[in-house]
Ligand binder design. Structure first.
Ligand SMILES: CC(C)(COP(=O)(O)OP(=O)(O)OC[C@H]1O[C@@H](n2cnc3c(N)ncnc32)[C@H](O)[C@@H]1OP(=O)(O)O)[C@@H](O)C(=O)NCCC(=O)NCCS
Length: 232
C-alpha cells in the first residue's frame, strides 16, 4: 500500500486500519464541513436532512475519498443507493460510520478474481458507550448475551453492550453488499475475546449463511466510544 496520503479534511487512522487485514485504508474526521465538499451526485442524499445529518454525511464522504486516495483512486462521487448503502467506485469497497460528531470510513481494493484470500466487503461501526441501555437489550441481544451482560459491573456492562451491538452492525454493513439481505439482531450472537470477536449466525436460512456460519472481527475501546471492524 502507498504511504498515507494527506487530506486537509480527514486524518489517516492507522489504528483503525490495523483492525482489518492489510490493504485497508482508514480515515477519521470530526466536522463541521461545508456542502461544497460534496459532488453533485451526492447532494440529493441530504436534500431534506437536518444540519447534524448534513455534517455527518459530508464527513463520511470526506473520509471515504481520503481512504480511496490512499489506495490510488482519484476523487469520485460516492452516492447512496435507495437502500442507503454507499455506492463505491468499481473495483473498490468500503464502509462508513459516524457517532456523536465523529466519523470514520474505510476502503479497500476488491480482491481480483482467482485470488484465494482477500477482501470482498468491509464493515466498520462506531458507537458511543452508554447508549445501548438495558431496556434495549431484548431487541438487540440474544439470551446468552443478556446473561453475560447481567453478570458484569455497570462500567463493563456499558462497554460490552456497546461492543456487541456495534459488532452486529459492522457485520450487517459488511454482509449487505454481498447479499442485499436483512439480518435481524437475533440472527447472530457475539463472543468477545481480548481485542477481537466472533459473530456466530444462529439463523441458517440467511443468504449470508451460504458463505459461512461464523465471522471474525476486531475491535478497539476508545474514550467514550467503541469501534468494531469486520472484513469478509
Ligand atoms: C444500516 C445500519 C447498520 C447503520 O448503522 P448506524 O449505527 O445506524 O449508523 P452508522 O453511522 O454506524 O452507519 C451509517 C452508514 O452506514 C452505511 N449504510 C447504510 N445502509 C447500509 C447498508 N444497507 N449496507 C452497508 N452500509 C450501509 C452508510 O454509509 C451510512 O452512512 P451515510 O448514510 O452517511 O453514508 C443500521 O441503521 C441498521 O439498519 N441496522 C439494522 C440491521 C442490523 O444491524 N442488524 C444486525 C444483524 S446481526
Amino acid at each position: 500500500m502507498p504511504a498515507l496520503s494527506s487530506s486537509p479534511y480527514a486524518c489517516a487512522a492507522p489504528h483503525i486500519a490495523a483492525l482489518f487485514p492489510s490493504g485497508v485504508a482508514a480515515y477519521e474526521a470530526q466536522g463541521p464541513y461545508t456542502i461544497d465538499l460534496l459532488f453533485d451526485a451526492e447532494r440529493p442524499c441530504i436534500a431534506h436532512a437536518v444540519e447534524s445529518r448534513v455534517h455527518e454525511f459530508i464527513a463520511g464522504r470526506v473520509c471515504a475519498r481520503a481512504a480511496l486516495a490512499q489506495l490510488g483512486h482519484p476523487p469520485v462521487a460516492i452516492p447512496a443507493a435507495a437502500d442507503h448503502a454507499p455506492i463505491w467506485p468499481s473495483g473498490f469497497t468500503g464502509s462508513i460510520s459516524h457517532a456523536g460528531g465523529y466519523c470514520v470510513a474505510v476502503a479497500a481494493r476488491l480482491t481480483d478474481a482467482g485470488q484465494k484470500r482477500g477482501i470482498t466487503s468491509l464493515g466498520v461501526d462506531v458507537e458511543q458507550v452508554g447508549q445501548v441501555l438495558p431496556t434495549l437489550w431484548p431487541q438487540l441481544m440474544c439470551q446468552k448475551e443478556i446473561a453475560r451482560l447481567q453478570a458484569l459491573d455497570e462500567r463493563d456492562r456499558d462497554v460490552t453492550a456497546s461492543l456487541i451491538f456495534s459488532a452486529k452492525e459492522a457485520f450487517y454493513k459488511a454482509q449487505y453488499p454481498l447479499t442485499g439481505g436483512w439480518v435481524d439482531f437475533g440472527d447472530a450472537s457475539i463472543v468477545l475475546l481480548e481485542n477481537s470477536f466472533v459473530l456466530n449466525l444462529t439463523n441458517a436460512d440467511l443468504a449470508i449463511a451460504q458463505l459461512a456460519r461464523s465471522f471474525e472481527g476486531r475491535f478497539l475501546v476508545g474514550s467514550g466510544h467503541v469501534i468494531t471492524a469486520l472484513a469478509i
